[in-house]
Design a protein around this ligand. Sequence first.
Ligand SMILES: CC(C)(COP(=O)(O)OP(=O)(O)OC[C@H]1O[C@@H](n2cnc3c(N)ncnc32)[C@H](O)[C@@H]1OP(=O)(O)O)[C@@H](O)C(=O)NCCC(=O)NCCS
Length: 245
Amino acid sequence: MFGLGTLKRVASEITCDVTAARERDPAARGAGTLEILASWAGVQAILAHRVSHALHDAGVPMVPSMLSYGSRAVTGIEIHPAATIACDFFIDHGAGVVIGETAEIGERVTIYQGVTLGGTGFARGKRHPTVEDNVTIGSGAKLLGPITIGHGAKVGANSVVIEDVPPNSTVVGNPGHPVRVDGRKVEGPDSDWIHLPDPVADAIEGMSERIATLEGKLAELNGDERPASEVRELRPRRGPSSAGG
Ligand SMILES: CC(C)(COP(=O)(O)OP(=O)(O)OC[C@H]1O[C@@H](n2cnc3c(N)ncnc32)[C@H](O)[C@@H]1OP(=O)(O)O)[C@@H](O)C(=O)NCCC(=O)NCCS
């Protein structure tokens, strides 16, 4: 039932979630609790969910769904009242987040805007992801089906993950593949899911080389000393980027 114990639990979860926002959002470091509650959409959505989930567990009809709907209208974040979310959960920015009915989320999980924890079709029963403790899910990532995201894993922005993710790994791409496990690069055939072939870039590169050859030949025929125009490397540079990656 919805008694004093439930109220106490919900209150402590909410305190935990506000602390999580302050610790994990650099923009929230100087903000007071009231300011965070009033203006952090991710915190408001999880707060509404704590209440709707407790009411759902207590078997209260309709109100949990109405709360969830109201929260979505205000924050742009949709969390089904039945979804199980442990404490210290933080949604940064928030808009476009969808967390499905049978999703389970562990402690100290961080997700960014545009993340979907969804199903793959019209199956019933457990059909949404289980996210273990200390997982970070980048903006726009789609995690689909009853998969498990192992503790400590990082899911790169815009990844589409449809298979289990090992603990302490980094997964990127579509379909999402581990590129780091325990901080080390994944080795072996078929392990590079970052530098994928780019047929359009390859075609342009081929044309550039042919144009350079033709220009060289033309220069030779005309007795022109000027070097043929330079063919620029089209592939993105590997290694650290100016964005800090
Ligand atoms: C995946 C992520 C968490 C980094 O995890 P990490 O374990 O520190 O991994 P690294 O930065 O070492 O990257 C590992 C490799 O994956 C690549 N990579 C990282 N993120 C990627 C992404 N989203 N998509 C494709 N490739 C990605 C890196 O270029 C690197 O490639 P390399 O092997 O050629 O060096 C981070 O890149 C990311 O996507 N964070 C989400 C942040 C976000 O959503 N911010 C929104 C703020 S509003």
